[in-house]
Design a binder for this molecule. Structure first.
Ligand SMILES: CC(=O)N[C@H]1[C@@H](OP(=O)(O)OP(=O)(O)OC[C@H]2O[C@@H](n3ccc(=O)[nH]c3=O)[C@H](O)[C@@H]2O)O[C@H](CO)[C@@H](O)[C@@H]1O
Ligand SMILES: C=C(OP(=O)(O)O)C(=O)O
Length: 427
């Protein structure tokens, strides 16, 4: 099992390019199921989740191939499917596999998708996905750990519906968007997720011929069409990878330019970094958008609570907690999206952080210095938080179980090394 060995204490400086977003690429790979024409995605990040999704689509009979000469180019062609099925072995490692449900039902009228397992950050049910698909006319039973979904006898397509979810759900909204794009009639999504990844998917679907309005707001209208065509689409930049590097610089100090980084997708995090005392400058040049961050000395601890976009992202909570762990002052971090997303706390404490949790709240008392130790990554963003802490800690930190990190970061240690960090992967 790979580990990361970090010798902390170096400031970060230099330039790196942010990769395409995991959470946009995954639904966009699934969107290829909606058409019998080829779809080309560019800026697809090299991640374990992307390979898993590719494996899942291949298992279904979708042809996939790398496109030479394009950064992160991937062609997908779903002429038909051999099996409209997502087996447990693939779904268990990646919750996003649930995103095949909508496209399979919409195009082929049937799907058998394993229920995603619970994971380290909380129980993660899919009741809203099921409820929404049922509202669109699907019959769904859950048996032997699978959602078995089909259209009633005699029906060829899902039908439009008004879907108002009990809470804002990102992959739920994405599943409904893809299903509604090929459904008969109009769908209204109320309480829709406004995350940039949802908007990016909607923009891709529009290129495929879908009729969607209101994406980026909480009310999305979709007028279903009979068929969709292929398209070429560039995956939006990863705002969480961007935020992770910003937090790394905030914690270690330094001066870094992130190319292709979208500040407009990260306002809540940038506001907190600025309040903490970092200098953040966003702009755009011929090569695209960029963010530059400069930080020195101890920053001021920041209290925050996670909420849906445009609020502070839950996927940035662990990384910002690492910044707070070495900041000046005490901060209160409230996690409102997932019930068990503080698994990094005990590991940060092993590095010398002073953090106490009670329910959804973590109280972080900043300390002037962390000290290196061996720590264990428990989930994707927890791993990133430990890497940040390791970059600051005095001495050596070993982060174990980094397969979690590899699910969602494209060569993180290579990028950090390019910024001057002393970090290596140990096989
Ligand atoms: C692949 C992907 O895009 N993953 C992101 C997506 O996950 P994901 O789409 O799984 O997260 P959701 O937005 O659905 O979850 C939000 C909340 O709703 C609850 N819920 C959700 C669906 C449902 O049917 N029933 C239910 O109770 C969840 O348990 C959670 O408490 O959004 C999360 C919240 O921003 C991010 O942390 C994940 O990185
Ligand atoms: C929780 C995350 O991903 P997933 O929904 O794929 O588990 C994440 O990206 O932080």
């Amino acid at each position: 099992m790979d580990k990361l060995l970090i010798r902390g204490g170096r400031k970060l400086s230099g330039e790196i390019t942010v990769s395409g977003a995991k959470n946009a690429a995954l639904p966009e790979l699934c969107a290829a199921l909606l058409t019998d024409e080829p779809v080309t995605l560019t800026n697809v990040p090299r991640l374990r989740d992307v390979s898993t999704m590719r494996q899942l689509l291949t298992h279904m009979g979708v042809h996939t191939e790398d496109v030479a000469g394009e950064r992160g180019g991937l062609l997908l062609h779903a002429r038909g499917v051999l099996k409209a099925e997502a087996p447990y072995e693939l779904v268990k490692t990646m919750r996003a596999s649930v995103l095949v449900l909508g496209p399979l039902l919409a195009r082929f009228g049937a799907a058998r998708v394993s229920l995603p397992g619970g994971c380290a950050i909380g129980s993660r049910p899919v009741d809203q996905h099921i409820k929404g698909m049922q509202a669109m006319g699907a019959e769904i039973v859950v048996e032997h750990g699978y959602m078995v979904a089909r259209l009633p006898a005699g029906r060829k397509r899902l039908h439009g519906a008004r879907i108002a979810t009990d809470m804002v759900t990102v992959t739920g909204t994405e599943n409904f968007l893809m299903a509604a794009a090929l459904a008969e009639g109009e769908t209204l999504l109320e309480n829709a997720a406004q995350e940039p990844e949802v908007t990016d998917l909607a923009e891709m679907l529009i290129k495929m011929g879908a009729k969607i309005e209101g994406h980026g707001t909480s009310r999305i209208h979709v007028q279903g069409v009979e068929r969709l065509n292929g398209c070429t689409h560039e995956v939006v930049a990863d705002r969480i990878e961007t935020g992770t590097f910003l937090c790394a610089v905030a914690a270690t100090g330094g001066d870094v330019l992130l190319r292709q980084a979208r500040a407009d997708h990260l306002d809540a995090v940038i506001d907190k970094l600025t309040d903490a005392g970092a200098e953040v400058e966003a702009g755009s040049n011929a090569a695209g958008p960029f963010i530059r961050i400069r930080a020195s000395g101890r920053l001021k601890a920041q209290t925050f609570r996670t909420t849906e976009y445009p609020g502070f992202p839950t996927d940035m909570q662990a990384q910002f907690m690492a910044v707070n762990a070495v900041a000046d002052g005490t901060s209160k971090v409230t996690e409102t999206i997932f019930e068990n997303r503080f698994m990094h706390v005990n590991e940060l404490v092993r590095l010398g952080a002073r953090i106490q949790t009670e329910g959804k709240v973590a109280m972080v008392e900043g300390v002037p210095q962390l000290s290196g130790a061996t720590v264990m990554a428990t989930d994707l963003r927890a791993s990133a938080s430990l890497v940040i802490a390791g970059l600051v800690a005095e001495g050596e930190t070993t982060v174990d179980r980094i397969y979690h990190l590899d699910r969602g970061y494209d060569q993180m240690e290579v990028k950090l090394r390019a910024l001057g960090a002393d970090i290596e992967r140990i096989k």
